[in-house]
Design a protein around this ligand. Structure first.
Ligand code: HPA
Length: 277
């Protein structure tokens, strides 16, 4: 078990890829599933998808897996789950996200993605709950992520590692998602550091820069997934309109409740998309 204050990723000479390989070996041992084909990070509102994707082969606490941190937030599940789809694919469902705002460093933020790649996953599906900066969007609506703006001023890449991010959120996979739901809109995700919500001025800044969605996750994970050679599909659940677009103050409780209300519908959508990947 990895204590929050004792994580091998924090050691000065740690090799994050070697630690991800150890984590993948832990997952194989604990689930009995040697390789996974697809990995799925479930953000707020998306949790029920795990039940709908297929047969759960094993559920393990993330804290049993090398390098994973304890969840910072009650309600964040903290499990890894191996699911077999009806079509016979092995899906690793990651219900244990470490956010950048937790201040444990970007290595811990992207460890789950690197671990997913080390289990063999070729597709990384990243989901989140986020604010919508487009007036036409409604809370409870899922949207595809078409691109991102990373406002954390940080990167999971270490040293002089130059990675192309053109088509980071795969056009091919977005097209697959739209074969399941042609009405899916898409937008540019803007990752803020958080954990405070944005000011209305920051939301306007994001909009002027080309952002449509504001949130506190995903962009750093997507970069690490691309570095690992995975194809990426991103989904945001619009839990609220972003600060200043919606006229009432934002509250975490409302965000959670909007996620819960939308959960059955978007989880069913996600399960159908996963089967089509
Ligand atoms: N901003 C940032 N993160 C969020 C929001 C938001 O409006 N809603 C849910 N997560």
């Amino acid at each position: 078990m990895t204590d929050i204050h004792d994580n091998p990723l924090d050691a000065p000479n740690a090799d994050p890829f070697e630690i991800a390989a150890r984590a993948a070996a832990d997952i194989a041992r604990l689930t009995g599933v040697e390789n996974h084909d697809i990995a799925l990070t479930l953000g707020s509102g998306w949790g029920k998808a795990a039940e709908l994707i297929g047969e759960t082969i094993a559920t393990i606490p993330a804290t049993e897996v090398t390098g994973f941190s304890k969840p910072a937030l009650a309600g964040h599940v903290g499990t890894l789950r191996s699911i077999r789809t009806p079509g016979g694919k092995n899906v690793l469902v990651i219900g244990a996200r470490t956010h950048y705002y937790e201040n444990h460093g970007v290595r811990r933020v992207v460890h789950s993605v690197r671990t997913a790649a080390a289990t063999g996953a070729k597709i990384m599906v990243l989901t989140n709950g986020a604010g919508g900066a487009r007036e036409s969007w409604k809370p409870g609506q899922p949207v595809l992520i078409s691109d991102h703006i990373n406002l954390t001023a940080d990167s999971p890449l270490e040293g002089a590692t130059f990675i192309d991010l053109t088509d980071l959120y795969s056009t091919r996979l977005r097209d697959v998602a739209r074969t399941i739901d042609p009405s899916l809109d898409e937008g540019v995700y803007t990752q803020f550091r958080g954990p405070h919500y944005e000011t209305p001025a920051e939301v306007q800044m994001a909009k002027k820069m080309g952002g449509d969605i504001v949130g506190m996750s995903t962009a750093l994970e997507a970069i690490a997934a691309r570095e690992a050679g995975m194809e990426i599909l991103g989904f945001s659940l619009i839990t609220n309109l972003a600060a200043g677009i919606q006229k009432t103050p934002l509250s975490h409780t409302e965000v959670i409740e909007a996620g819960q209300a939308a959960e059955p519908v978007i989880s069913a959508l996600l399960a159908r998309v996963v089967e089509a990947l």
